[in-house]
Ligand binder design. Structure first.
Ligand SMILES: *[C@@H]1O[C@H](CO)[C@@H](O)[C@H](O)[C@H]1NC(C)=O
Ligand SMILES: *[C@@H]1O[C@H](CO)[C@@H](O)[C@H](O)[C@H]1NC(C)=O
Ligand SMILES: *[C@@H]1O[C@H](CO)[C@@H](O)[C@H](O)[C@H]1NC(C)=O
Ligand SMILES: *[C@@H]1O[C@H](CO)[C@@H](O)[C@H](O)[C@H]1NC(C)=O
Ligand SMILES: *[C@@H]1O[C@H](CO)[C@@H](O)[C@H](O)[C@H]1NC(C)=O
Ligand SMILES: *[C@@H]1O[C@H](CO)[C@@H](O)[C@H](O)[C@H]1NC(C)=O
Ligand SMILES: *[C@@H]1O[C@H](CO)[C@@H](O)[C@H](O)[C@H]1NC(C)=O
Length: 417
């Protein structure tokens, strides 16, 4: 029954594109009924998964379809390129989109479209902001200090939107993954982010978002744009976020949920913390009892933001949530989080589905370590591995999927409903 509804929605979603191209590109937001890409988010609470892999195999797409995953949040930054940075060319000096990379990306989007799985495209790198994992593990915050880099990033998105606006698979442009300019403004740890002045944030982050949104809307009025809160998309940073006024309707605001981090992060946890249980958040030393009530309280700033600015729940996306699968209580943690997300009618996407280089968040494998997991020892944080060129295909075949394990069952139920 539920499956049938999902199929119909996707079918409708796919019939839209021809109608929508004809819309005028003036400065007025497209009305709800005209824009089926916006309708994708407005018509139902969407439940997706993240894929940041180097290659996207057809078996991954087929499996995602089999589990009824509503959408994939896709980061192409690990895709092979003849240039240093996929699509961008060179994050130190972006001039134009790389044609062959664009072809690669479009062909992956085509593959998703054939299986009728919508895609949110997110960028881990932008000009002046190279993803740490592709940057010798060094954080790159030049974007926030340089108008030149911001202009390059704005131009990058405008050109990308020009290329992708008619692609039927795309349901969102997620401008930049986990911005964290707090580190820069305070020149110290993100823990002190509460001291960031609102005016500084507006100037650096909101001005940049506003510039990108304006530029995209010159060429593409259809595709929803997704803006993440600062401090690595922390929900508490919704205190400092503001909507982009003139384009309210077709924008989603997004956060990522990995708190309490000492529980969700494998390196920090080392089997010390279980859920529910006592631990602290990334930004607060205070040990507290983390259960559903505490999780809810942690995300309260998102609801306050919605109330303050009249932002509806279908404009909120939990772009990532996850926990290393070896931690005790991950199934319960997911159940509680999902309850909160669904209760608030927020869209959500788990991190990750069938990740290639690291299996710590490949929940389909259950909660036990696999035999050849030497990579875990080289791993310091979410998604980070020593050698990320090591590839999926052969290893994927060695994976023993246990779709009925308790953690994955929680996710399957979420996707199926
Ligand atoms: C950036 O690239 C352009 C075009 O290749 C070149 O003319 C310019 O000198 C480069 N700028 C820097 C700062 O490297
Ligand atoms: C962060 O703020 C605390 C006080 O709230 C201060 O003691 C500490 O020195 C600050 N950290 C840095 C690196 O400046
Ligand atoms: C976590 O457990 C390890 C041993 O497994 C221990 O050495 C360490 O002190 C513990 N850390 C915390 C914060 O409890
Ligand atoms: C979570 O723990 C707090 C403090 O112990 C308690 O007051 C609250 O009722 C608990 N919430 C749930 C959902 O069990
Ligand atoms: C809030 O937004 C809704 C549409 O989402 C609108 O109908 C309503 O009038 C708005 N309320 C205020 C107070 O602006
Ligand atoms: C880290 O990875 C390399 C392969 O890239 C491996 O040879 C090495 O043994 C690993 N280190 C640890 C501590 O497991
Ligand atoms: C998972 O459970 C279902 C019944 O809930 C069963 O039909 C299926 O065979 C099981 N799959 C595996 C791989 O154990």
């Amino acid at each position: 029954m539920l499956l049938l509804i999902a199929t119909i929605t996707v079918f409708n979603f796919n019939s839209i594109i021809l109608e929508s191209v004809a819309l005028p590109l003036d400065s007025n937001p497209v009305s709800k009924s005209d824009n089926k890409k916006a309708l994708f988010w407005q018509s139902s609470v969407r439940k997706g998964a993240n894929v940041f892999n180097r290659k996207i195999s057809s078996s991954l797409i087929t499996a995602a379809k089999g589990y009824d995953i509503d959408f994939i949040r896709l980061a192409p930054d690990k895709f092979l390129s003849s240039k240093r940075d996929f699509l961008i060319g060179d994050s130190d000096n972006h001039t134009n989109l790389i044609d062959e990379d664009l072809k690669t990306l479009k062909s992956v989007l085509d593959d998703f479209h054939i299986q009728k799985i919508p895609v949110v495209l997110t960028m881990l790198s932008l000009p002046g902001s190279r993803w740490k994992q592709n940057n010798n593990d060094k954080d790159d915050l030049r974007l926030w200090l340089s108008k030149e880099f911001q202009n390059q990033a704005v131009k990058f998105w405008k050109e990308l939107a020009t290329e992708l606006k008619d692609h039927p698979a795309i349901v969102g442009y997620d401008i930049l993954n986990e911005p964290h300019l707090e580190s820069l403004l305070l020149n110290q740890s993100p823990r002190n982010s509460s001291k960031v002045k609102r005016e500084e944030l507006r100037h650096h982050l909101l001005q940049f978002y506003s510039d990108v949104v304006k530029a995209i809307r010159l060429v593409d009025h259809i595709t929803p744009i997704i803006l993440e809160s600062s401090n690595h998309a922390d929900p508490s940073s919704f205190n400092q976020l503001e909507p982009i006024p003139s384009y309210q309707k077709n924008i989603l605001y997004s956060f990522h949920m990995y708190e309490p981090f000492p529980f969700t992060n494998g390196e920090l946890n080392k089997a010390n913390f279980s859920y529910p249980g006592h631990t602290h958040s990334s930004f607060d030393e205070e040990i507290e009892f983390w259960n559903k009530t505490k999780l809810e309280a942690y995300m309260e700033p998102v609801k306050a933001f919605q109330l303050k600015y009249n932002v509806s729940s279908d404009q909120i996306l939990v772009g990532e949530f996850g926990a290393v699968r070896f931690s005790k209580g991950v199934d319960r943690y997911f159940k509680d989080l999902i309850d909160i997300f669904n209760g608030n009618k927020w869209h959500s996407a788990v991190y990750a589905f069938r990740e290639d280089t690291w299996d710590g968040m490949d929940y389909e494998l259950g909660s036990k370590r696999r035999k050849w997991n030497w990579k875990m020892k080289n791993q310091t944080e979410v998604g980070q591995v020593g050698d990320d060129h090591d590839d999926d295909e052969t290893k994927t075949n060695e994976k023993e999927y246990l779709p009925n394990n308790t953690i994955f069952s929680v996710l399957r139920e979420q996707w199926a409903n």
